[in-house]
Design a protein around this ligand. Structure first.
Ligand code: UD1
Length: 421
């Protein structure tokens, strides 16, 4: 028996919806709470598997965790373990944040190498280089990363990231907040959740400056105090809902979100002929009645077009007039969804990191498999706009990162059901 989403396509989405808290912020904030000397409360957490898995990992390490209705109070004072084992970590990529948090707090950490989506090699060399620049001795063996600060505490240093990495930026930031002295991270990632993490650390009494720019400066402090912090709205979920609204030729207002985070997505939808109106904390996406124009997408670090929305927007490009070029510059193996879209009638060619998608008149419902998280979102959008019935399996990927996606879409008028088959 496997959970399957069954979608009857062709119904325009209408109404008002709010995104949940950001997954990628949540999975950084919870390990960061380990750095604190007192209990912390994190509010507006998305109800997703990655958050539940993290809660279990933190509990397993000895933290006291009280989690209900999107709100987690975490008391790290009773954490005894310096190790995070493979059985839970294999389920999520972002478990690497435990390395920076534990090393920063205890001066030592042993973490099983992370799992997560199969979208490319996903090395962690920049994370390790950062830890070493802060004085840690790092060893990778038998599927574990072990790191230790020889004097029991890290020492601030200069970290130049060879590639703009969200994970490495956040991890080094966490390791640096309690280090002795100053740390500079050059060529830092600027994603909204990097800023959110810095705000959370500062709310605990850390001294982090420059988050959201290329250079982040951290002055180490002796201790961190408890706080209550609210996670920002999810940029990628918001984008997914915007694309779904456009793809079904609907009229949807997404509320309680941050329009500035969505500029690259709004710009692309407008290029395709969709009407996007920004409010102060809302965005309305409306059909213009015209055929979708082709467009080209190049994924880039923020504020460029996010790789996490490359797959969802591909569904829409399948029915745009003419050929659209998609250049994936972040992960080398992020086109698996196109093979599934082909089963629904899409036409495409892939050469290395570039996919050419030739627009067809419409997609037709089929049985498809979500191969990773955002591929799942792409197939849901394709199902919503296709003629006939689409059946999607592989839902464990979608459940890792989207909070009640089908309920939200149903509230907008989608015909989408989850059944066991
Ligand atoms: C994070 C996001 C993920 C998003 C990605 C890019 C979280 C939990 N996940 O993933 O949803 O798709 O950013 O926006 O926030 N790289 C190295 N060495 C390293 C680290 C990264 O070469 O040590 C490379 C990667 O292979 C990739 C690029 O840097 O090509 C960016 O990866 P990175 O930003 O680190 O992605 P994640 O943090 O894993």
């Amino acid at each position: 028996m496997e959970d399957t989403l069954i979608i009857q396509g062709g119904r325009p989405l209408h109404g008002v919806v709010s995104p949940s808290g950001a997954k990628n912020a949540a999975v950084a904030l919870l390990p960061a709470a380990l750095l604190c000397d007192e209990p912390c409360t994190v509010e507006n957490l998305p109800d997703i598997r990655d958050v539940r898995v993290l809660a279990r990992i933190l509990e397993q390490m000895g933290a006291s965790v009280d989690y209900h209705s999107g709100c987690m109070t975490l008391d790290p004072r009773c954490v005894t373990s310096r190790e995070a084992t493979y059985d839970l970590i294999r389920h999520m990529r972002a478990s690497y944040y435990l390395l920076g948090a534990m090393l920063g707090k205890f001066g030592e950490a042993k973490i099983a190498l992370p799992g997560g989506c199969e979208i490319g090699q996903r090395p962690i060399d920049q994370h390790l280089k950062g830890m070493e620049a802060l004085g840690a001795e790092v060893e990778v063996s038998h599927g574990f990363v072990s790191a230790k600060a020889p004097q029991g505490r890290l020492v601030g240093g200069e970290v130049y990231l060879d590639v703009v990495s969200v994970g490495a930026t956040a991890n080094v930031m966490m390791a640096a907040v309690r280090a002795q002295g100053r740390t500079t991270i050059v060529n830092a990632a600027k994603e909204p959740h990097i800023v959110d993490l810095a705000n959370f650390l500062n709310a605990m009494g850390a001294n982090v400056k420059g988050a959201g720019t290329d250079v982040i400066r951290v002055r180490g402090v002796e201790r961190l105090h408890g706080c209550t912090y609210t996670v920002i709205p999810d940029q990628i979920e918001t984008g997914t809902l915007m694309i779904a609204a456009a793809a079904t030729r609907g009229d949807v207002t997404i509320e309680n979100m941050i329009p500035a985070h969505m500029e690259s997505i709004s710009a692309k939808l407008e290029e395709m002929g969709v009407i996007v109106e920004e409010g102060e904390s809302s965005i309305r996406v409306t059909d213009s009645g015209k055929p979708f124009s082709q467009t080209n997408i190049k994924t880039m670090p923020y504020p460029g077009f996010p790789t996490d929305l490359q797959q969802p927007i591909s569904a829409l490009l399948c029915v745009a007039q003419g050929s659209s070029m998609v250049e994936e510059n972040i992960f080398e193996d992020r086109f698996k969804h196109l093979g599934q879209l082909q089963r629904m009638g899409a036409q495409y060619r892939v050469s290395g990191r570039v996919a050419m998608i030739d627009g067809v008149k419409s997609l037709s419902g089929s049985r498809v498999v979500a191969t990773d998280l955002r591929a799942g979102a792409c197939l849901v959008i394709a199902g919503l706009m296709a003629q006939g019935t689409t059946e999607i399996t592989g839902l464990r990927h979608i459940d890792r990162g989207y909070d009640h996606l089908e309920e939200k879409l149903r509230s907008l008028g989608a015909d989408i059901q989850r059944v066991q088959k």
